[in-house]
Design a protein around this ligand. Structure first.
Ligand code: PLP
Length: 392
Protein backbone atom coordinates (compact mmCIF):
# COMPACT_ATOMS: atom_id res chain seq x y z
CA UNK A 1 0.00 0.00 0.00
CA UNK A 2 1.26 3.44 -0.91
CA UNK A 3 0.03 6.76 0.37
CA UNK A 4 -0.52 9.71 -1.92
CA UNK A 5 2.99 11.10 -1.68
CA UNK A 6 1.87 14.39 -3.14
CA UNK A 7 0.61 15.20 0.34
CA UNK A 8 4.20 15.24 1.57
CA UNK A 9 4.90 18.08 -0.87
CA UNK A 10 2.32 20.33 0.76
CA UNK A 11 3.77 23.24 2.64
CA UNK A 12 2.49 23.18 6.20
CA UNK A 13 0.20 26.09 6.76
CA UNK A 14 1.30 27.46 10.09
CA UNK A 15 -0.41 30.76 9.42
CA UNK A 16 -3.55 30.66 11.55
CA UNK A 17 -2.00 28.26 14.06
CA UNK A 18 0.94 30.60 14.63
CA UNK A 19 -1.43 33.55 14.96
CA UNK A 20 -3.50 31.64 17.55
CA UNK A 21 -0.37 30.81 19.58
CA UNK A 22 0.80 34.41 19.57
CA UNK A 23 -2.64 35.63 20.65
CA UNK A 24 -2.80 33.03 23.42
CA UNK A 25 0.61 34.12 24.72
CA UNK A 26 -0.52 37.73 24.74
CA UNK A 27 -3.71 36.84 26.66
CA UNK A 28 -1.63 35.11 29.32
CA UNK A 29 0.71 38.08 29.59
CA UNK A 30 -2.09 40.63 29.83
CA UNK A 31 -5.18 38.95 31.26
CA UNK A 32 -8.29 41.09 31.00
CA UNK A 33 -7.07 43.03 27.96
CA UNK A 34 -9.50 43.01 25.03
CA UNK A 35 -7.81 41.78 21.89
CA UNK A 36 -9.61 42.89 18.75
CA UNK A 37 -9.49 40.58 15.76
CA UNK A 38 -9.43 42.21 12.36
CA UNK A 39 -8.11 38.95 11.02
CA UNK A 40 -11.38 37.04 10.90
CA UNK A 41 -12.23 35.57 7.53
CA UNK A 42 -15.50 34.22 8.92
CA UNK A 43 -18.83 35.99 9.17
CA UNK A 44 -20.15 37.07 12.59
CA UNK A 45 -23.62 38.46 11.84
CA UNK A 46 -26.50 35.95 12.22
CA UNK A 47 -28.56 34.62 9.31
CA UNK A 48 -31.06 37.06 7.90
CA UNK A 49 -34.70 36.54 8.93
CA UNK A 50 -35.72 35.39 5.44
CA UNK A 51 -33.14 32.58 5.45
CA UNK A 52 -33.89 31.51 9.04
CA UNK A 53 -37.66 31.40 8.33
CA UNK A 54 -37.07 29.35 5.19
CA UNK A 55 -34.86 26.89 7.11
CA UNK A 56 -37.59 26.36 9.69
CA UNK A 57 -40.35 26.03 7.09
CA UNK A 58 -38.31 23.50 5.09
CA UNK A 59 -37.53 21.51 8.25
CA UNK A 60 -41.29 21.37 8.90
CA UNK A 61 -41.88 20.10 5.35
CA UNK A 62 -39.34 17.35 5.93
CA UNK A 63 -41.14 16.24 9.08
CA UNK A 64 -44.44 15.57 7.30
CA UNK A 65 -44.99 12.46 5.18
CA UNK A 66 -46.70 14.34 2.34
CA UNK A 67 -43.86 16.83 1.86
CA UNK A 68 -40.86 14.77 2.97
CA UNK A 69 -38.01 14.57 0.45
CA UNK A 70 -35.21 12.06 0.07
CA UNK A 71 -32.29 12.41 -2.35
CA UNK A 72 -32.50 15.54 -4.44
CA UNK A 73 -31.17 16.14 -7.96
CA UNK A 74 -27.36 16.05 -8.26
CA UNK A 75 -27.40 19.48 -9.89
CA UNK A 76 -29.62 20.99 -7.21
CA UNK A 77 -33.34 21.70 -7.15
CA UNK A 78 -34.68 23.67 -10.10
CA UNK A 79 -36.21 26.29 -7.81
CA UNK A 80 -32.72 27.25 -6.59
CA UNK A 81 -31.00 26.93 -9.98
CA UNK A 82 -33.60 29.33 -11.36
CA UNK A 83 -33.13 31.72 -8.42
CA UNK A 84 -29.38 31.73 -9.12
CA UNK A 85 -29.92 32.50 -12.82
CA UNK A 86 -32.35 35.31 -11.87
CA UNK A 87 -29.79 36.64 -9.41
CA UNK A 88 -27.19 36.89 -12.18
CA UNK A 89 -29.71 38.77 -14.28
CA UNK A 90 -29.97 41.48 -11.59
CA UNK A 91 -26.43 42.56 -12.43
CA UNK A 92 -26.49 41.89 -16.13
CA UNK A 93 -24.83 38.49 -16.41
CA UNK A 94 -26.45 35.91 -18.61
CA UNK A 95 -26.47 32.48 -16.97
CA UNK A 96 -28.76 29.61 -17.96
CA UNK A 97 -30.31 27.91 -14.93
CA UNK A 98 -29.52 24.58 -16.62
CA UNK A 99 -25.80 25.37 -16.30
CA UNK A 100 -25.99 26.01 -12.54
CA UNK A 101 -24.84 23.25 -10.18
CA UNK A 102 -25.71 23.78 -6.53
CA UNK A 103 -22.78 23.07 -4.22
CA UNK A 104 -21.93 22.95 -0.53
CA UNK A 105 -19.76 26.02 -1.01
CA UNK A 106 -17.02 27.34 -3.24
CA UNK A 107 -14.13 25.59 -1.49
CA UNK A 108 -15.52 22.14 -2.21
CA UNK A 109 -15.90 22.71 -5.93
CA UNK A 110 -12.60 24.57 -6.32
CA UNK A 111 -11.14 21.18 -5.57
CA UNK A 112 -13.82 18.93 -7.13
CA UNK A 113 -13.73 20.59 -10.55
CA UNK A 114 -10.13 19.44 -10.96
CA UNK A 115 -11.46 15.89 -11.46
CA UNK A 116 -12.45 16.72 -15.04
CA UNK A 117 -9.01 17.99 -16.13
CA UNK A 118 -6.06 15.90 -17.24
CA UNK A 119 -3.05 15.51 -14.99
CA UNK A 120 -0.59 17.24 -17.33
CA UNK A 121 -2.26 20.63 -17.44
CA UNK A 122 -0.27 23.69 -16.41
CA UNK A 123 -2.05 25.53 -13.63
CA UNK A 124 -1.64 29.24 -13.01
CA UNK A 125 -2.71 30.86 -9.75
CA UNK A 126 -2.34 34.37 -8.42
CA UNK A 127 0.33 35.29 -5.90
CA UNK A 128 -0.68 36.45 -3.28
CA UNK A 129 -3.17 33.63 -3.28
CA UNK A 130 -6.06 31.94 -1.51
CA UNK A 131 -3.97 28.85 -0.61
CA UNK A 132 -6.67 26.32 -1.57
CA UNK A 133 -5.97 26.82 -5.31
CA UNK A 134 -2.38 25.75 -4.88
CA UNK A 135 -2.78 23.00 -2.31
CA UNK A 136 -5.58 21.18 -4.15
CA UNK A 137 -3.31 20.94 -7.18
CA UNK A 138 -0.30 19.84 -5.15
CA UNK A 139 -2.46 16.99 -3.79
CA UNK A 140 -3.00 15.86 -7.38
CA UNK A 141 0.69 16.12 -8.22
CA UNK A 142 0.47 19.36 -10.15
CA UNK A 143 2.80 22.27 -9.74
CA UNK A 144 1.49 25.79 -10.01
CA UNK A 145 2.80 28.68 -12.07
CA UNK A 146 2.26 31.97 -10.32
CA UNK A 147 0.82 35.15 -11.71
CA UNK A 148 2.15 37.93 -9.56
CA UNK A 149 -0.14 40.61 -8.24
CA UNK A 150 1.68 43.76 -7.18
CA UNK A 151 1.20 47.48 -6.80
CA UNK A 152 2.21 48.13 -10.40
CA UNK A 153 -0.65 46.01 -11.73
CA UNK A 154 -3.04 47.00 -8.94
CA UNK A 155 -3.02 43.36 -7.75
CA UNK A 156 -5.04 42.45 -10.85
CA UNK A 157 -2.40 40.95 -13.15
CA UNK A 158 -3.12 40.26 -16.81
CA UNK A 159 -1.60 37.46 -18.95
CA UNK A 160 1.99 38.02 -19.99
CA UNK A 161 3.31 36.87 -23.37
CA UNK A 162 5.39 34.25 -21.54
CA UNK A 163 2.53 32.65 -19.66
CA UNK A 164 1.74 29.15 -20.85
CA UNK A 165 -1.22 27.96 -18.78
CA UNK A 166 -4.13 25.57 -19.28
CA UNK A 167 -6.06 26.21 -16.07
CA UNK A 168 -6.15 29.72 -14.63
CA UNK A 169 -7.50 30.73 -11.25
CA UNK A 170 -8.87 34.23 -10.95
CA UNK A 171 -10.30 35.51 -7.69
CA UNK A 172 -12.18 38.80 -7.89
CA UNK A 173 -12.77 40.47 -5.48
CA UNK A 174 -9.51 39.00 -4.38
CA UNK A 175 -8.68 37.30 -1.14
CA UNK A 176 -6.33 38.56 0.32
CA UNK A 177 -5.70 41.82 -1.59
CA UNK A 178 -9.27 43.10 -1.92
CA UNK A 179 -8.51 44.05 -5.55
CA UNK A 180 -11.28 43.73 -8.16
CA UNK A 181 -10.78 43.15 -11.88
CA UNK A 182 -12.19 45.74 -14.28
CA UNK A 183 -14.10 44.44 -17.28
CA UNK A 184 -11.22 45.40 -19.59
CA UNK A 185 -8.63 43.51 -17.59
CA UNK A 186 -10.85 40.47 -17.21
CA UNK A 187 -11.51 40.50 -20.95
CA UNK A 188 -7.77 40.02 -21.49
CA UNK A 189 -7.92 36.76 -19.55
CA UNK A 190 -11.02 35.64 -21.41
CA UNK A 191 -9.33 36.34 -24.75
CA UNK A 192 -6.17 34.57 -23.60
CA UNK A 193 -8.14 31.49 -22.54
CA UNK A 194 -10.17 31.35 -25.74
CA UNK A 195 -7.11 31.79 -27.93
CA UNK A 196 -5.18 29.05 -26.13
CA UNK A 197 -8.02 26.72 -25.29
CA UNK A 198 -7.37 27.23 -21.58
CA UNK A 199 -10.06 27.24 -18.88
CA UNK A 200 -10.57 29.98 -16.30
CA UNK A 201 -11.77 29.00 -12.84
CA UNK A 202 -13.34 32.23 -11.67
CA UNK A 203 -13.84 32.49 -7.90
CA UNK A 204 -16.63 35.01 -7.27
CA UNK A 205 -17.08 34.24 -3.56
CA UNK A 206 -16.98 37.96 -2.69
CA UNK A 207 -19.02 39.35 -5.61
CA UNK A 208 -21.77 40.67 -3.32
CA UNK A 209 -19.30 43.16 -1.82
CA UNK A 210 -18.85 44.99 -5.13
CA UNK A 211 -20.57 48.37 -4.97
CA UNK A 212 -19.05 50.03 -8.03
CA UNK A 213 -21.49 49.09 -10.78
CA UNK A 214 -18.84 49.39 -13.48
CA UNK A 215 -16.92 46.44 -12.00
CA UNK A 216 -17.90 42.90 -13.05
CA UNK A 217 -19.49 40.70 -10.39
CA UNK A 218 -19.39 37.69 -12.65
CA UNK A 219 -17.00 36.54 -15.35
CA UNK A 220 -20.09 36.08 -17.54
CA UNK A 221 -20.37 39.83 -17.85
CA UNK A 222 -17.46 39.46 -20.26
CA UNK A 223 -18.11 38.43 -23.88
CA UNK A 224 -16.62 35.05 -24.64
CA UNK A 225 -16.46 33.88 -21.00
CA UNK A 226 -19.27 31.41 -21.70
CA UNK A 227 -16.77 29.56 -23.91
CA UNK A 228 -13.85 29.41 -21.46
CA UNK A 229 -14.88 29.99 -17.85
CA UNK A 230 -16.28 28.05 -14.93
CA UNK A 231 -17.56 30.27 -12.11
CA UNK A 232 -17.53 29.27 -8.45
CA UNK A 233 -19.72 31.24 -6.09
CA UNK A 234 -20.97 30.97 -2.56
CA UNK A 235 -23.45 32.34 -0.06
CA UNK A 236 -20.85 32.03 2.72
CA UNK A 237 -19.88 35.68 2.86
CA UNK A 238 -22.92 37.03 1.00
CA UNK A 239 -25.40 35.69 3.53
CA UNK A 240 -23.45 34.36 6.51
CA UNK A 241 -23.68 30.79 5.18
CA UNK A 242 -20.17 29.78 6.27
CA UNK A 243 -21.72 27.25 8.67
CA UNK A 244 -24.86 26.56 6.63
CA UNK A 245 -22.91 25.61 3.47
CA UNK A 246 -24.38 26.46 0.09
CA UNK A 247 -22.97 27.83 -3.13
CA UNK A 248 -22.99 27.07 -6.82
CA UNK A 249 -20.77 26.33 -9.76
CA UNK A 250 -21.64 27.43 -13.27
CA UNK A 251 -20.38 25.24 -16.09
CA UNK A 252 -21.77 26.69 -19.33
CA UNK A 253 -22.95 24.24 -21.97
CA UNK A 254 -20.97 26.31 -24.49
CA UNK A 255 -17.65 25.49 -22.82
CA UNK A 256 -16.09 22.70 -24.87
CA UNK A 257 -12.57 21.35 -25.10
CA UNK A 258 -11.53 18.71 -27.60
CA UNK A 259 -15.13 18.56 -28.85
CA UNK A 260 -16.40 17.57 -25.39
CA UNK A 261 -18.69 19.68 -23.24
CA UNK A 262 -17.04 20.23 -19.86
CA UNK A 263 -20.54 20.28 -18.39
CA UNK A 264 -21.13 16.66 -19.43
CA UNK A 265 -17.98 15.53 -17.62
CA UNK A 266 -18.90 17.60 -14.59
CA UNK A 267 -22.40 16.10 -14.41
CA UNK A 268 -20.86 12.65 -14.72
CA UNK A 269 -18.49 13.50 -11.89
CA UNK A 270 -21.21 14.93 -9.70
CA UNK A 271 -23.63 12.05 -10.23
CA UNK A 272 -20.86 9.63 -9.23
CA UNK A 273 -19.36 11.43 -6.27
CA UNK A 274 -22.02 13.81 -4.93
CA UNK A 275 -25.56 13.35 -3.67
CA UNK A 276 -26.62 16.95 -3.58
CA UNK A 277 -27.09 19.67 -1.01
CA UNK A 278 -29.82 19.24 1.59
CA UNK A 279 -33.31 20.39 0.59
CA UNK A 280 -33.60 22.49 3.75
CA UNK A 281 -30.39 24.38 2.95
CA UNK A 282 -31.41 24.92 -0.67
CA UNK A 283 -34.71 26.45 0.48
CA UNK A 284 -32.77 28.85 2.72
CA UNK A 285 -30.48 29.72 -0.19
CA UNK A 286 -33.46 30.45 -2.45
CA UNK A 287 -34.89 32.70 0.28
CA UNK A 288 -31.60 34.65 0.35
CA UNK A 289 -31.79 35.16 -3.40
CA UNK A 290 -35.43 36.32 -3.35
CA UNK A 291 -36.18 40.04 -3.16
CA UNK A 292 -36.59 40.29 0.61
CA UNK A 293 -33.60 38.04 1.32
CA UNK A 294 -31.40 40.14 -0.95
CA UNK A 295 -32.56 43.30 0.81
CA UNK A 296 -31.76 41.82 4.23
CA UNK A 297 -28.37 40.41 3.28
CA UNK A 298 -27.39 43.67 1.55
CA UNK A 299 -28.13 45.46 4.83
CA UNK A 300 -25.76 43.05 6.61
CA UNK A 301 -23.06 43.58 4.01
CA UNK A 302 -23.50 47.35 4.38
CA UNK A 303 -22.87 46.95 8.12
CA UNK A 304 -19.68 45.00 7.45
CA UNK A 305 -18.56 47.56 4.92
CA UNK A 306 -19.06 50.34 7.46
CA UNK A 307 -16.36 48.62 9.52
CA UNK A 308 -14.11 48.80 6.48
CA UNK A 309 -14.82 52.50 6.06
CA UNK A 310 -13.98 53.17 9.71
CA UNK A 311 -10.62 51.40 9.42
CA UNK A 312 -9.83 52.84 5.98
CA UNK A 313 -10.45 56.38 7.26
CA UNK A 314 -7.80 56.01 9.99
CA UNK A 315 -5.31 54.47 7.58
CA UNK A 316 -5.84 57.35 5.17
CA UNK A 317 -5.41 59.92 7.94
CA UNK A 318 -2.19 58.25 9.00
CA UNK A 319 -0.87 58.13 5.46
CA UNK A 320 -0.77 54.32 5.36
CA UNK A 321 -0.95 52.95 1.83
CA UNK A 322 -3.63 50.32 1.36
CA UNK A 323 -5.66 48.53 -1.29
CA UNK A 324 -9.17 47.05 -1.27
CA UNK A 325 -11.83 47.83 1.29
CA UNK A 326 -14.23 49.56 -1.12
CA UNK A 327 -15.57 46.65 -3.13
CA UNK A 328 -14.39 43.81 -0.97
CA UNK A 329 -14.28 42.81 2.69
CA UNK A 330 -10.47 42.90 2.72
CA UNK A 331 -8.06 45.77 3.34
CA UNK A 332 -4.54 45.06 2.17
CA UNK A 333 -2.15 47.51 3.72
CA UNK A 334 1.48 48.08 3.00
CA UNK A 335 3.35 47.37 6.18
CA UNK A 336 7.01 47.33 5.15
CA UNK A 337 9.54 44.55 5.02
CA UNK A 338 8.29 41.83 7.36
CA UNK A 339 4.58 41.22 7.71
CA UNK A 340 5.22 39.01 10.79
CA UNK A 341 7.13 41.84 12.48
CA UNK A 342 4.18 44.09 11.73
CA UNK A 343 1.83 41.48 13.20
CA UNK A 344 3.87 41.43 16.42
CA UNK A 345 4.02 45.23 16.57
CA UNK A 346 0.25 45.64 16.05
CA UNK A 347 -0.57 43.05 18.68
CA UNK A 348 1.92 44.56 21.10
CA UNK A 349 1.07 48.24 20.66
CA UNK A 350 -2.66 48.05 19.91
CA UNK A 351 -3.92 44.58 20.88
CA UNK A 352 -5.13 44.14 17.30
CA UNK A 353 -4.83 40.91 15.30
CA UNK A 354 -4.62 40.81 11.51
CA UNK A 355 -3.10 38.41 9.00
CA UNK A 356 0.49 38.71 7.73
CA UNK A 357 0.62 38.90 3.94
CA UNK A 358 3.50 36.40 3.86
CA UNK A 359 0.93 33.71 4.69
CA UNK A 360 -0.61 34.16 1.23
CA UNK A 361 2.52 33.59 -0.81
CA UNK A 362 5.84 35.26 -1.49
CA UNK A 363 4.22 38.29 -3.15
CA UNK A 364 2.27 38.91 0.06
CA UNK A 365 5.38 39.79 2.04
CA UNK A 366 5.42 43.44 3.05
CA UNK A 367 1.61 43.57 3.25
CA UNK A 368 -0.97 42.87 5.91
CA UNK A 369 -4.63 41.81 5.62
CA UNK A 370 -7.44 43.27 7.69
CA UNK A 371 -11.06 42.13 7.34
CA UNK A 372 -14.41 43.80 7.96
CA UNK A 373 -16.19 40.79 9.46
CA UNK A 374 -16.04 41.85 13.11
CA UNK A 375 -18.58 43.94 15.02
CA UNK A 376 -19.18 47.67 14.59
CA UNK A 377 -18.06 48.36 18.18
CA UNK A 378 -14.81 46.51 17.61
CA UNK A 379 -14.14 48.47 14.42
CA UNK A 380 -14.63 51.75 16.27
CA UNK A 381 -12.37 50.68 19.11
CA UNK A 382 -9.77 49.34 16.68
CA UNK A 383 -9.81 52.68 14.86
CA UNK A 384 -9.10 54.55 18.11
CA UNK A 385 -6.21 52.21 18.88
CA UNK A 386 -4.83 52.44 15.33
CA UNK A 387 -4.71 56.24 15.64
CA UNK A 388 -2.05 55.81 18.34
CA UNK A 389 0.10 53.34 16.39
CA UNK A 390 3.31 54.54 14.77
CA UNK A 391 3.25 52.88 11.34
CA UNK A 392 6.78 53.91 10.36
N1 PLP B 1 -12.89 31.37 -2.20
C1 PLP B 1 -12.27 32.32 -1.51
C2 PLP B 1 -11.42 33.30 -2.23
C3 PLP B 1 -12.37 32.37 -0.12
O1 PLP B 1 -11.72 33.32 0.56
C4 PLP B 1 -13.16 31.42 0.54
C5 PLP B 1 -13.30 31.40 2.01
O2 PLP B 1 -12.71 32.10 2.75
C6 PLP B 1 -13.77 30.43 -0.22
C7 PLP B 1 -13.63 30.44 -1.58
C8 PLP B 1 -14.54 29.32 0.44
O3 PLP B 1 -15.85 29.62 0.50
P1 PLP B 1 -16.95 28.57 0.96
O4 PLP B 1 -17.28 28.88 2.37
O5 PLP B 1 -18.06 28.83 0.02
O6 PLP B 1 -16.42 27.19 0.80
Amino acid sequence: MKLNENYFKLKDSYLFHTIALKVEKRRKERPGEKIISLGIGDTTRPLCVAAADALRAAADEMSVKETYKGYGPYEGYDFLRESVADYYETFGANVDSGDVFISSGAKDDISNILDVFGADNVVAAPNPVYPVYVDTNVMLGRETTYIEGNEANGFTPTPSARLDADIIYICSPNNPTGAVYTKDKLKRWVDYANERGAVILFDAAYEAFIRDRSLPRSVYEIDGAERCAVELCSLSKTAGFTGVRCGWTVVPKTLERGGVKLKDLWLRRQSTKFNGVSYVIQRAAAAVLAEEGLRQTRADIDEYMKNGEIIAKVLREKGVKFFGGENSPYIWLKCGASSWDFFDMLLDKAGIVGTPGAGFGSAGEGYFRLTVFGSGEDALEAAERLKKVDFQ
